[in-house]
Structures are given as structure tokens and as C-alpha cells.
Design a protein around this ligand. Structure first.
Ligand code: TMO
Length: 313
């Protein structure tokens, strides 16, 4: 199947006026893979486009925060999903040190924050306000969290600062980190059976919005500097006393040497822009349809030829 799709991508490239890959280095373009499905599928989509363009590609599994240092040093060539909420701070820190470039925004608008499936609101009608959530904390207690409500946060490398937020806003919650994205979906699925109230980390675009109608908790609005300056946000003595950006960016980033070493691949990267529905669909292919990421990427390329052929033109 892989051969067929690569042949399909290559066929479209051959029909284009010129392909500049002859100038590209034959060294592999190193693409990092993380621990949520859209990023894995998108990285495979882009890798397959580069391969059809004549480039060599290598995938490496890496930590989603440390990757910005790896891109800056050129150990990894690019990053396809720089989510503002989770990775804005690491990306900005790497930009300040130098060696990494901003290759532009995807069309997608993103949000990552505390979230609940709609049945939770039946039990706590003041939602989505965070103060109402806090008053309902007793609905969320578990054996593990005692008399505090449980907030099931993402895996630790997504660095959501949930515990700092609970502390900064003096909330009656304990943060528990899920071991994987799959553990988040399993917890929502288990709560669904008897409509147990649950509050977990979630994000958009994602497949989850099509499966479980729900809402983000509304925390004090994100203000630039909330993670750096205690004076910013409602608690004058604490960092992280704000929600994440409600209309965050999703950027592409690359090692600053990429343009010179692989000019053709870099110009394709500049053109690439995924939308919210496209990203949600890539996650669904793995998390609901249970495809392998490489297979999902092949199917995506087959079904969206008009989308990506515009990027390689
Ligand atoms: C980084 N993520 C999209 C899982 O929030």
C-alpha cells in the first residue's frame, strides 16, 4: 500500500512544471514523532510527501518539549505541530537562543485546557466557569484524590502546569497526570457509562469533539506573561493563574539550516497548512478507526490529493 501511495504522490510531482529536489542534500530530513495521534499522522503525511519529492526521511520518537532544543541544534530538522498552549514557552525559549525558525502558522486555531463532557454540566450547572467547577469539586473526588476533586491532566511532557494553576487559584482539586493520551480517552469512556462527572485535559482540533460533546472550563483569560510574571493574572503572587489561549496558534518550526540544505523540501514546508477538520480527521483515523499512523497518512494523501498537490506546486 505504501508503494502505491508514494507512486501516487510522485505522479503528481512529476506532472508539475519543475521539481527542485536535485539541489537537496541526500542526508535524511529528521522528523520527530510525539505522543498524540494528529502529530504522528501529520508527520507521516509530510514525510511521505518529502519522500515522493526525492528526499530521504527518518523518523525519531522524541520528548515534545525537548524537541525545540533538538531542532535548534539541527539534530531534528523540523516540528509539524507547535501548539501555542503546550509548547509556546519552549518554542519561544529556543527562538531566543537561535538556530530555530518559525515557518508560519497552520490555518488551524487551537485550544488546550481543562475540559468536560456535557453530562458533567448536568451535575454542575454553573459550568463552564472555573469558580463553579471549584464549588462542585466534591463531584470529582476519587479514592486516589481523597476529599479533593480529581483533574486528569495530560502526560507530564505536555507541561500543562495544572498543579501550579490549582495552587495559584486555590482550587479544591488534585492533579493526576495520565500516562498517555489513550488513558484520557479511556477515562472519559468509563465515565460515560453511568454519566459520572469528569474533568480532563483535552484539546481542539481533535477527534474527541465528534465523539463526546463537551466544553472547556473558562478560567481567567490568558494574558501574555501569565507564565512569566506573577503580577499578570488575578493572583498577583503566582504564575499560571490564567487559562491557556482560547484561540491559540499551531505553527511549523524548522532548523535554520534546513532551507540551505534541503531547499526544495523547505519550500514545500513553507506552503503546508492544515485546517481544524483535517487535523481532527487525522486523529480520528488512529484513535477511532484504529489505523496505524503510516496507513492513516497514506489514506489521507489518497483522499486529499487536491489539498497537498497545491503545496508542492
Ligand atoms: C499537545 N496537545 C495537542 C496534546 O495538547
Amino acid at each position: 500500500m505504501k508503494k502505491t501511495t508514494t507512486a501516487l504522490v510522485a505522479g503528481v510531482l512529476a506532472a508539475l512544471p519543475f521539481a527542485g529536489f536535485a539541489q537537496d542534500s541526500s542526508d535524511p530530513i529528521v522528523i520527530p514523532i510525539h505522543n498524540w495521534s494528529s502529530q504522528i499522522v501529520m508527520s507521516n503525511v509530510v514525510g511521505q510527501i518529502f519522500e515522493a519529492n526525492g528526499n530521504n526521511v527518518e523518523f525519531v520518537t522524541t520528548d515534545s518539549q525537548a524537541v525545540y532544543e533538538s531542532v535548534r541544534l539541527g539534530d531534528v530538522t523540523l516540528e509539524m505541530e507547535v501548539w501555542e498552549g503546550a509548547f509556546g514557552a519552549s518554542f519561544r525559549a529556543a527562538m531566543e537562543k537561535g538556530g530555530i525558525v518559525d515557518v508560519g502558522d497552520h490555518d488551524a486555531v487551537t485550544r488546550e485546557d481543562w475540559w468536560y463532557p456535557m453530562w458533567t454540566k448536568d451535575a454542575c450547572p454553573g459550568l463552564p466557569d472555573w469558580k463553579a467547577l471549584n464549588e462542585c469539586a466534591a463531584l470529582f473526588t476519587t479514592a486516589e484524590t481523597g476529599d479533593k476533586g480529581r483533574y486528569l491532566d495530560g502526560p507530564v511532557d505536555w507541561l500543562k502546569h495544572g498543579a501550579e494553576r490549582v495552587e495559584a487559584l486555590d482550587m479544591n482539586f488534585t492533579v493526576v497526570n495520565a500516562g498517555s493520551a489513550a488513558a484520557l480517552w479511556a477515562a472519559i469512556g468509563a465515565a460515560e457509562a453511568d454519566k459520572t462527572p469528569i474533568v480532563v485535559f483535552n484539546w481542539t482540533p481533535n477527534f474527541a469533539e465528534a465523539v463526546w460533546p463537551g466544553e472547556f472550563v473558562e478560567f481567567p483569560e490568558w494574558v501574555e506573561g501569565c507564565d512569566k510574571d506573577p503580577a499578570v493574572g488575578p493572583n498577583p503572587n503566582a504564575l499560571y493563574d490564567c487559562g491557556n489561549p482560547a484561540k491559540g496558534y499551531m505553527k511549523k518550526a524548522a532548523w535554520e539550516g534546513m532551507q540551505e540544505k534541503w531547499p526544495s523540501a523547505y519550500s514545500i514546508l513553507e506552503q503546508i497548512s492544515f485546517t481544524n477538520p483535517q487535523i481532527a480527521q487525522m486523529a480520528k483515523m488512529v484513535d477511532i478507526d484504529e489505523m496505524e499512523p503510516e496507513e492513516a497518512a497514506e489514506v489521507w494523501l489518497e483522499e486529499n490529493k487536491d489539498v497537498w498537490s497545491a503545496w508542492v506546486n
